[in-house]
Design a protein around this ligand. Sequence first.
Ligand SMILES: O=C(O)CCC(=O)C(=O)O
Ligand SMILES: [Fe+2]
Length: 345
Amino acid sequence: MTLTRDNGPLSLQQRLFYEKNGYVVVKKVFAPGTFDYIHRHYIDVCRNKSKYVGKRVISLVRDINVVKGLDDKSHLPKEFSVIKMNGFCGIEGEDEVFTSYMRHRNLLPYIQQFIDSNVASTASHMYVCKPPGLSKSTVHPMHQDLLYFPQGERDDTGALTRRSKRKIVAAWTALGPCNIENGCLTMIPGSHWVGLRTHAYPKCDLVNLAYFGIVDLTDQELDSMVHLDMEDGDVVFFHPETIHGSGFNQHRVEEAHLDDAFRRAISVHFYEKGMEMANWEGLPHGKTARTANSPPNTKPSTSPSPRPSSKHTSNNPVLAKKFAFISRMANLDVDIEKLLNNARM
Ligand SMILES: O=C(O)CCC(=O)C(=O)O
Ligand SMILES: [Fe+2]
């Protein structure tokens, strides 16, 4: 086995599943309701943006249709317009409500099994809450997270070298029911072995900033997609090269009272502290083809769009700069050994 170690709660069967598929869902890592306080805090951040954004968190992403004025949500609280929050720290330091997730004693024993180290750093912190009442722009196209950060030694194609492959993992936790109806996560099993793929903006009219999708998914890959039905407190650990995305939240605003109306999840990437960083200039993150395949739950069944050539690329230095900034800011350490020892005392 190359990607995990035998020093924690993951069973041999779970480790074998991860090696083969590039992800593993672990049920009930947290008791239901454990992170209700994080969701309440997120609502506060959405409603009081100036108090937090830049100071304790990096950014709030509003849905593109709302931004363009095509979808008027001004009569509703702000959390009905926001689809994602990035970064659990800002110039005033970290937001301890969000970072309590990545330092939680229930999570850390698993992280040790994936990153080959007792001290971790983190990247790509996200609170992803898809509200009811938005359009298909809430779909997150099929992508690889490795595109979005420079961690790890890379080969010429931007893929992780064998050595770095076993040192990064994402921990994505459902904070409420996540199902096909509200836009759960979708995985392509085994895709963590195929290297870094070419990403581009999807062919829809309006696409959220940096929501890239892979341009050359094969029919076989599209057919193998697995939708992860998860409950509050379940965690999916996945590799940064595993191809994944998420669907459209089909709930209407009138259904906002339902438990699964807001699709809620928190996600952090852990990696071995001090691991190699790739040179941003040399990475394909700033290169985007102009069009990509359809998003996960709108799979074209009869006439798939012609696949754009992977040569069809353009540089995007502004975005590259933005990613570099986020990556520098959101880089908090987690001393796993120390936190677990404290928890035992
Ligand atoms: O939560 C989602 O909808 C997608 C999140 C994602 O792509 C990630 O956590 O890497
Ligand atoms: Fe992702």
